[in-house]
Design a protein around this ligand. Structure first.
Ligand SMILES: [Zn+2]
Length: 494
């Protein structure tokens, strides 16, 4: 029997995977549209046409409402929703977080999910919100872990069982919980209670929580970022190793008149144009959307929101195939300053990402100052001791006259630094970088070059520097190497 989760492609912490469930195999990363068993803006059956492969609904709502419950028990969950693909069920934890209590026990809701034929069952964990005192987070985590252990004993068949990682904003608790749950072999690991962070754009903390949890889990396990449904942050979360998202946003935003794009959300009242070419936006104008009656407008917005959401998932998957996920993350994170903070936070985890990131890819595009902190750059900095240099060594930005008079020839390219000429065409040194490196790129490149000089005290260095390069480290280089300034290249004048 093949594994429940199989990883096909990787880039940074992101991956394309296959998750096997009793109702079919799902390609990840993907989004599970949230289906409200009471009100359906878009029917579950229709969801496939947007690109949905798996849905999520709330078993507690079904359990509590007699009409729904009896149908679910008789025809099964798939019969109730009239959907034949995989369906994940939440347990009522969300209601617990909102109302403070639920009228069901962990065992009851687990057995109910099992009976109605859920594909991914979620125990009744305690979703401890952000910023609570350590003591409370630890106590609630204790209860969650007990319930998860009980769930693991109860659910043993074909159905998948999720083991939510809690711990509030306490990173050590998140990592501890994750590494404990790893040993219980859940099939899916949701990261819980992060919605308040996303709602208030606290992406730096979100990044740290994902990274801490991922570090505790096995890299082979699928991870669900519970409650994440806005496509603007999917690329960032995928790069950290999240495989599943769920979107109630498509419907909640539509109800509110909000139009989702990867660069943020518009209120439909403020739109003069529809910046999208999905079937809805191709058929209607902004004016028509505004004038539509409420339920029609809600339906049209909901559909556009789903199209926009799944288009981003497809782009992310293509970027993983092409080894360009981090380029996409860097672009997306420019949509909001808090996302940019999240990107910077992502790269504080570069040494961890570097262990996951494939050593060879297509290419490396420099997209901005943050690119200087990418895992590839960090990896090169760690491996400088692999070069041993002796005699006269010339470091130059590109071919110059008389370079063959030196014993060894190195190319200087920001943000990497100096590397043997023979590696110019090798990834990542074949990087596409700007002609005029920014301060961050020069800082990394020059400090790597200084480190290389320190590692090779015998060698005599000559450093050819472009005249435009302005950086305080150049003076340090001049203490260690013979510094020659190169005039900017002159175009042939007629
Ligand atoms: Zn559209």
């Amino acid at each position: 029997m093949s594994a429940i989760f199989e990883i096909l492609d990787k880039d940074a912490g992101g991956r394309i995977g296959r998750l096997r469930t009793p109702h079919g195999t799902v390609e990840t990363p993907t989004v599970m549209p949230v289906i409200n068993p009471n009100i359906q803006l878009i029917s579950p059956k229709e969801m496939k046409s947007f690109g949905a492969e798996i849905l999520i609904t709330n078993s507690y709502i079904i359990y509590r409402k007699e009409e729904l419950r009896s149908v679910a028990l008789e025809k099964g969950l798939h019969g109730l929703l009239d959907f034949d693909g995989p369906i994940m069920t939440d347990s009522g934890s969300f209601q617990l977080s909102v109302y403070g209590s639920v009228e069901v026990t962990n065992e009851e809701i687990l057995e109910f999910q099992q009976k109605i034929g859920s594909d991914i069952i979620v125990p009744l964990d305690i979703p401890t919100p952000p910023d609570v005192h350590y003591k409370r987070a630890e106590e609630e985590l204790g209860i969650t872990v007990e319930r998860l252990e009980a769930a693991r004993k109860l659910i043993q068949g074909e159905q998948l069982l999720a083991g939510p990682v809690q711990g509030s904003t306490h990173l050590e608790l998140r990592e501890k919980a994750a590494s404990h749950l790893k040993d219980l072999n859940f099939e899916v690991y949701p990261l819980g209670a992060v919605v308040p962070l996303m709602e208030s754009y606290r992406y730096t903390e979100l990044v740290d929580i994902i990274a801490a949890s991922k570090k505790g889990l096995s890299p082979a396990s699928p991870v669900h970022l519970f409650g994440a449904g806005h496509p603007m942050m999917f690329a960032l979360a995928v790069a950290l190793g999240c495989d599943l998202f769920d979107s109630a946003a498509y419907a909640l935003y539509a109800k509110d008149g909000r139009y989702i794009t990867v660069n943020g959300t518009y209120h439909v009242e403020k739109l003069n144009y529809l910046p999208c070419s999905c079937p809805i936006c191709s058929k209607y104008t902004a004016e028509e959307l505004k004038k539509a009656d409420n339920s029609k407008r809600e339906e049209l917005l909901g559909k556009h929101n789903l199209y926009a959401t799944f288009a981003e998932i497809r782009l992310i998957k293509q970027c993983i195939k092409d080894g360009k996920l981090l380029e996409l993350v860097e672009q997306r994170c420019r949509a909001h300053p808090r996302l940019l903070d999240g990107l910077k936070k992502l790269y504080t985890h570069s040494s961890w990402l570097e262990q996951l990131d494939p050593a060879t890819k297509g290419t490396y595009f420099y997209c901005g100052p943050e690119s200087a902190s990418r895992p590839e750059v960090l990896r090169f900095g760690k491996r400088l001791d692999r070069f041993s240099l002796e005699g006269s060594v010339l470091i130059r930005p590109g071919p110059i006259k008389g370079e063959n008079d030196y014993d060894q020839l190195l190319t200087f390219k920001a943000p990497f630094g100096a590397f043997p000429v023979a590696m110019e065409e090798v990834y990542p040194f074949n990087a596409e970088v700007p002609k005029f490196p920014d301060y961050e790129a020069l800082s990394t490149a020059l400090s790597n070059t200084l480190k290389l000089m320190d590692l090779n005290p015998q060698a005599e260095f000559t450093f050819v520097c472009e005249k435009e390069f302005k950086h305080p480290l150049i003076e340090k280089i001049s203490n260690r190497a013979k510094l020659v300034y190169r005039e900017p290249e002159k175009k042939n004048e007629k």
